[in-house]
Design a protein around this ligand. Sequence first.
Ligand SMILES: N[C@@H](CCC(=O)N[C@@H](CS)C(=O)NCC(=O)O)C(=O)O
Length: 229
Amino acid sequence: MRALLFTTGSPFARAVRIVLDELGLDYERREEITTPSAEERAAATPTLQVPTFWDGDQTLWESGTIVEYLLSTYRSRLAVEPPLALHAFRPDNEWQDKLIFSTIQTFGNAATIISQMKWSGVEAPQNGHMKRSAEKLAHILGWLEGQIHQSAVGFMPDCISMQDVFLAAHVRFVQARPLGIDLELSHYPKLEALLDRLDDRSSFMENPVWWWEPGVVGYQPDGTPVHNS
Ligand SMILES: N[C@@H](CCC(=O)N[C@@H](CS)C(=O)NCC(=O)O)C(=O)O
């Protein structure tokens, strides 16, 4: 039995769902649109965060750990060009691949904290830490732009990496929410081209990112948000 607990909007969970599709794996979708109590969430993970993943007797949380597990446990890849990477981190480039991945996750954490604080009434211009979190996003994108070689598919030369998938999930999350943040992606042409290409991949289209703001309780089939009236 495989199952994934996730909230509709979570970019971390979206990246895991995309990888599950890339691997052709079925799973039970335990989808939540609102946040349950701490006690309910603690039944799945002590971090109280999503995603949490079950595979037989194995329970995992932390999206990067889940994807590392998936890439190393399931070795066949869908016949799509370019294919999904065989490794989370290439053996001959291990530390740079790890550094890129953890920096991408820091981008995702800063973005989701800005989002969660905004819905709690704290906005970037008025709060020092929120302002610093927004500044972090631009600095990270600038550094990541320099990590992609001109002729490469993405962060790896000839395959779609988990680094690519997570960056796309995080950037599109920021763009799909009314956070008042313009990432100015055109300043990062290699990243912009990579994310545009990924948007056209079936695993990304099957797991779309939708507009969300407080009061949204569901979606129409085309992604139009349904508000709590
Ligand atoms: N480091 C975690 C971050 C996951 C995360 O921040 N999830 C958010 C949703 S996007 C969450 O569950 N937030 C609720 C909370 O932090 O209490 C991971 O990679 O899985």
